[in-house]
Design a protein around this ligand. Structure first.
Ligand code: FES
Length: 176
């Protein structure tokens, strides 16, 4: 498992492309139904973030400003939540984000070899995105799937366990 690639700041074009996928006003009807389930607007922050990320692919600076205003919390609080939860992305990512567990149980059962095989096969280090935009790979802390170690998770989709280097590559190739 190589060190995560240094991530450049998103460009203005990348931000604009993500924002153009869905205006905030177009998301508002569904967001209103989410907020209505909670006693306070701020309590809906996680599902609101998730919905906007699904719609735009990642959480752009504009998304963060709009969400902060929408749920009536400081922008710094939204940024803190995005930083804390690794499944939220504040930079452009591929169509699917693949989290490869690097914590002890998985490491003891071969997670490093799994990550190395993925990096070699897809030609991108942890933290990077394949040239075709299909996958972004992230080295992750415990995914809560220790009984399936070593494991990986395709965010918002599938989880794979008892991996070998070969099966990890095949699972992702079969998804393509
Ligand atoms: S240590 Fe890998 S899922 Fe828990």
């Amino acid at each position: 498992m190589s060190a995560p690639a240094t991530r450049p700041e998103p460009t203005a074009d990348e931000c604009a492309a993500a924002d153009a996928k869905a205006t905030f006003d177009s998301l508002r009807p569904h967001l209103d139904t989410l907020v209505a389930r909670y006693p306070q607007r701020a309590a809906a922050l996680l599902p609101v973030l998730w919905h906007v990320q699904r719609a735009r692919g990642w959480l752009t600076p504009r998304s963060i400003r709009e969400i902060a205003e929408y749920v009536a919390v400081p922008q710094a609080q939204v940024e803190g939540v995005i930083t804390f939860y690794t499944m939220f992305q504040d930079h452009p990512v591929g169509r699917d984000v693949v989290m490869v567990c690097k914590t002890l149980s998985c490491r003891l059962r071969g997670a490093e070899a799994v990550a190395d095989a993925l990096e070699d096969h897809f030609g991108v280090p942890m933290g990077g995105t394949t040239a075709d935009g299909r996958y972004t790979f992230e080295a992750a802390e415990c995914l809560g799937l220790c009984d399936m170690a070593p494991c990986m998770l395709v965010v918002d989709a599938d989880r794979y366990g008892d991996l070998t280097p070969e099966s990890a590559v095949k699972h992702l190739e079969d998804r393509s």
